[in-house]
Ligand binder design. Structure first.
Ligand code: PMP
Length: 428
């Protein structure tokens, strides 16, 4: 039954472009009607027609503990009762940033409201510090929708098959150098040609926005070295991986120390809350102590800070170990089902985050490889899973996310649905 979702989608499309407030939610690449969600608890979403769906999107990453975790809800409720925004500093902000500082190499961080704001601000800071204009990014890495970062950006742009977007000036994109991911020679050549003009190299710490495409062994360390050798800053975007792929994000897995970092998703516990940070000498260039301006009416919002802090405090090593075990179970079951139905595929992971490429390639190392997927097979697989009560990301170019609330019952429901979905993919 999807009658109510269908009626809501019609109503939404009258007043909201495409009926959604973020493009990938609209099912553009898989077709059909998005489910309108009315509540969520633990590992499950409930849609407007009362269908209960195992959630493998987890709000695109944030819901590490599952939905409506009782301790997070209690912290939010308690914070809200003390007022929802003051426009003045609060103790909760210190605690949240201290938790980030404790888990990562950053010495200082500033709170903002979205990953987009974090990357936009961090690049302004890098340009302000270095006095240089150009930035280097990789095709297929998504860093939010700030103008200079929307070139070959992955995520919804990959899903919708659009390389960039109108509305971004030629001057802006002229300062963005886009390179193929995992390609050392391309990085070396770009710095040889433009080195003195490059303010920063920004990369997803382990890309998840073209599907999961982990860095080749030593690639992040190579990027850090190359950028620094040319006086540029190395910026690691851990909006997706931060506090998800390990307690300390991708840094916790490869130990490569960036100059500046961005965070979001998990650290906001489901609220609009993100951060950028780095060495204190670099962060000291920000107003009010330094000359680079950056601000926000709701930045460090007390309710968001309570949600984020409570989430991080509950995200213990045991939680990450449990997520790893669940992910292993699920990855094995997906491969077994697809193999059983004769569907070519490849599973790639970063910690418990993984994606399934519908391809016969042995490895996907960059955006060009990720683009060669059988999206029709994915769409058939996606809809069969949805019909069986499992909500996957509605795009072949996105990671699947688990939460600590995905227990045996939730995982069993997914595993039970897989064989029929694999057969649907084989027929597509
Ligand atoms: N950076 C990365 C690596 C992301 O995955 C995302 C969002 N998927 C962003 C930045 C942008 O974050 P937001 O959607 O909160 O603006």
């Amino acid at each position: 039954m999807t009658a109510r979702s269908a009626a809501l989608f019609d109503a939404a499309r009258r007043v909201i472009p495409g009926g959604v407030n973020s493009p990938v939610r609209a099912f553009n690449s898989v077709g059909g009607t998005p489910r309108f969600i009315t509540s969520a608890s633990g590992a499950y979403l409930t849609d407007a027609d009362g269908n209960e769906l195992v959630d493998l999107i987890c709000s695109w990453g944030p819901m590490l503990l599952g939905h409506a975790h009782p301790e997070v809800v209690a912290a939010i409720t308690e914070a809200a009762a003390r007022g929802t925004s003051y426009g003045a500093p609060t103790p909760a902000e210190i605690d949240l940033v201290a938790e980030i500082v404790d888990r990562t190499p950053v010495e200082q961080a500033r709170l903002v409201n979205s990953g987009t704001e974090a990357t936009m601000s961090v690049l302004r800071l890098a340009r302000g510090i270095t006095g240089r204009d150009k930035i280097v990014k990789f095709a297929g890495c998504y860093h939010g929708h700030a103008d200079s970062l929307l070139a070959a950006a992955g995520s919804g742009l990959a899903t919708l098959g659009i390389p960039g977007t109108p509305g971004v000036t030629a001057g802006t994109t002229a300062d963005t150098i886009v390179l193929p991911y995992n390609d050392r020679a391309a990085v070396t050549a770009a710095f040889a040609e433009h080195g003195p003009e490059i303010a920063a190299l920004i990369t997803e710490a382990s890309p998840g926005n073209m599907g999961v495409v982990p860095p080749a062994e030593g690639f992040n360390a190579f990027l850090a070295e190359t950028a620094r050798a040319h006086g540029a800053l190395f910026v690691s975007d851990e909006v997706m991986t931060g506090f998800r792929v390990s307690r300390s994000g991708q840094f916790g897995l490869d130990g490569v120390e960036p100059d500046l970092m961005t965070f979001g998703k998990v650290m906001g516990g489901g609220f609009p809350c993100a951060a950028f940070g780095g060495r204190a000498d670099l962060m000291g260039h920000l107003a009010p102590v330094g000359e680079v301006y950056q601000a926000g009416t709701l930045s460090g919002n007390p309710v968001a800070a309570a949600a984020g802090l409570t989430t991080l405090r509950l995200a213990t090593d045991e939680v990450y170990a449990g997520l790893g075990t669940r992910a292993d179970q699920l990855r094995a079951a997906v491969s077994e089902a697809l193999r059983g139905a004769g569907v070519p595929h490849l599973v790639q992971s970063a910690g418990s985050m993984f994606s399934v490429f519908f391809t016969d390639a042995d490895e996907v190392v960059d955006y060009a490889g990720a683009s060669g997927q059988d999206t029709a097979a994915f769409a058939a697989f996606f809809h069969a899973m949805l019909d069986a009560g499992v909500h996957l990301p509605p795009s072949a170019f996105e990671a699947w996310f688990l939460s600590a609330a995905h227990d045996d019952a939730a995982i069993d429901k997914v595993i039970t649905a897989l064989p029929e979905a694999a057969r649907a993919a084989a027929r597509a």
